[in-house]
Design a protein around this ligand. Structure first.
Ligand code: PMP
Length: 415
């Protein structure tokens, strides 16, 4: 018998099981609202035109080789990625207190950060990692896998289908000093509910007062509002306030490079007195943190993959392509916003019971519809519509041809 005879079976990943079920369904009007990936109005994946151009540049390069990248990745890409999230005029960049290391997309960046925290973050009272309730399902296991205990802070208010701001701020006030708070930088997954600027300011004030550590997860920059700068507002506000913080940054969605695994982990050290700003690359503590992140990287993946980082490097650093990328982002965000409007219009036309205004208030890739698990299962069985059990729909799965079909099906199950 195997020495592993007692290994218990783990549950299948719910999202990837959903995709498999959708693929196996042969009904011609089936609708996929599960995975958070952009789709065109023809329900097809979209290779961004700007990515095609960058790809052509890479392929035309006679000097292209397959040598190893440095352990910290392609530095022209990671530094552009830092400017993208922090802003060109960031005080943290000017003071050379930002460490950026390429990662296996957002998931890998979260893991790199989690691993670094598990090794070096002082937690004398066994301080926990606080995740929003609800959050992206993978967060729990990413932190727990490296031995960091997790717990939840209130986030979503079912009655209003909006933010539970009071619950959130109470949790901040009551957490142990030094607790780590994972914050979705924009376009919260799964709810599509983000704090307003004023609410972010309040969150930052309480976190500073209570000495809580902000760990940002930024998987949708440019996807929420269509503007890269607007979607970076919260992160930049925290940096301006002088926080020590970190960010897991993904380019899966905004460059449509899902499986190329393009991302970055950024660590920002606290502000320095002018006299302490180094002449060289990085301030002293950032240098030491960078050396430890490099050890983690080397032992886990040795060197990050090059292709997606090269695409990001070209798009972020070439002014003309960067401008074109912004248009591509507006195309994606704009189509999603249009689908929100169309869906609410159709539901109104049908006289569907309930207030559906949250669908247009929520932003980003997802809408938390408020449909119950029972209704979700009926939609799957009766209408071949696939979405996660919590009632979340990926807005990009809707298009001008299926939105009415979806609205009619919803109308039927909520009556
Ligand atoms: N964080 C959140 C909140 C996400 O929704 C996702 C993607 N679903 C990720 C991180 C990471 O995705 P990836 O590893 O593809 O960048």
């Amino acid at each position: 018998a195997s020495v592993f005879a007692n290994v218990p079976a783990a549950p299948a990943d719910p999202l990837f099981s959903l995709i498999a079920a959708y693929k196996a369904d042969t009904f011609d009007k089936k609708v996929d609202l599960g995975i958070g990936a952009y789709r065109t109005d023809e329900a097809k994946p979209w290779v961004l035109p700007v990515v095609k151009k960058a790809d052509a540049i890479i392929r035309d390069d006679p000097d292209l080789d397959h040598e190893y990248l440095p352990i910290a990745g392609l530095s022209s890409f990671t530094s552009a990625a830092a400017r993208l999230i922090f802003g060109d005029d960031s005080p943290a960049l000017a003071q050379k207190r930002v460490v950026s290391i390429q990662a296996i997309s957002g998931t890998g960046a979260l893991h790199t950060g989690a691993k670094f925290f598990s090794k070096f973050y002082p937690r004398p009272q066994n301080q926990k990692v606080y995740l929003s309730n609800p959050t992206w399902g993978n967060h729990v296991q990413i932190f727990e896998n490296v031995g960091l205990p997790t717990t939840y802070y209130p986030y979503y208010h079912p009655a209003t289908r909006g933010l539970d701001f009071e619950g959130l701020t109470n949790a901040l006030r009551n957490a142990d000093e030094g607790s780590i708070f994972v914050l979705h930088a924009c376009a919260h997954n799964p709810t599509g509910v983000d704090p307003t600027h004023e609410q972010w300011e309040k969150i930052a004030d309480i976190m500073a007062e209570k000495k809580l550590f902000p760990f940002f997860d930024c998987a949708y920059q440019g996807f929420a509002s269509g503007s890269l700068d607007e979607d970076a507002w919260a992160v930049r506000h925290f940096v301006k306030k002088g926080f020590e913080l970190c960010i897991a940054q993904s380019f899966s969605k905004n460059l449509g490079l899902y499986n190329e695994r393009v991302g970055c982990y950024h660590f920002v050290s606290p502000p320095l007195a002018d006299a302490d700003v180094p002449a060289g690359d990085l301030c002293d503590v950032s240098m030491r943190i960078k050396s430890q992140l490099a050890i983690i990287q080397r032992s886990e993946i040795s060197n990050p993959p090059a292709y997606g980082a090269r695409i990001g490097d070209i798009v972020l650093n070439d002014p003309a392509l960067f401008a074109e990328w912004k248009q591509n982002l507006e195309t994606m965000a704009g189509r999603i916003i249009l689908m929100r409007k169309l869906l609410v219009e159709k539901l109104k036309e049908l006289g569907t019971p309930g207030d559906w205004s949250h669908v247009t208030k929520q932003i980003g890739m997802f809408s938390f519809t408020g449909l119950t698990e029972k209704q979700v299962m009926r939609l799957r069985e009766e209408a071949h519509i696939y979405m996660t059990k919590n009632g979340r729909i990926s807005m990009a799965g809707l298009n001008s041809r299926n939105v009415e079909y979806f609205a009619r099906a919803v109308d039927k199950v909520v009556r």
